[in-house]
Design a protein around this ligand. Structure first.
Ligand code: FES
Length: 112
């Protein structure tokens, strides 16, 4: 991913308040990655903005009490872990997040 720095700046804590989620794009062109940021209890987590079911953008869903519900077919995910709640076999692709003060940095080169 030549167009993407190791740690990409994606915004600040002012951009995503506790209990909120938002979509950001890291990089440009064919190497870009759509990322979903979730602020759960003050912790920012980053996931691929693509549902593991049929790839609907998860950012179009709803986030309540840490549970993300996909807008397309209502699969549910625990945003604290990325694990599926319904169905439990699904898993979100998670990206590492690093904070620099209130700046949010995401590494999209790999996912655990
Ligand atoms: S695309 Fe998300 S539940 Fe079907």
């Amino acid at each position: 991913m030549s167009a993407v720095d190791d740690w990409a700046y994606v915004g600040t804590l002012d951009d995503i308040w506790q209990g909120e989620m938002c979509a950001v794009r890291v990089g440009a062109g064919p190497d870009s990655v759509d990322v979903l940021l979730c602020n759960v209890d003050g912790t920012v987590l980053a996931y691929e903005d693509k549902c593991p079911h049929l790839a609907n953008p998860l950012s179009r869903g709803a986030l309540a009490d840490g549970v993300l519900t996909c807008a397309a077919h209502e699969w549910e995910f625990d945003t604290r872990t990325g694990d599926g709640l319904n169905p439990a076999s699904a898993t979100l692709r998670r990206y590492p997040v690093r904070m620099d003060g209130d700046r949010i940095l995401v590494d999209v080169r790999c996912a655990p």
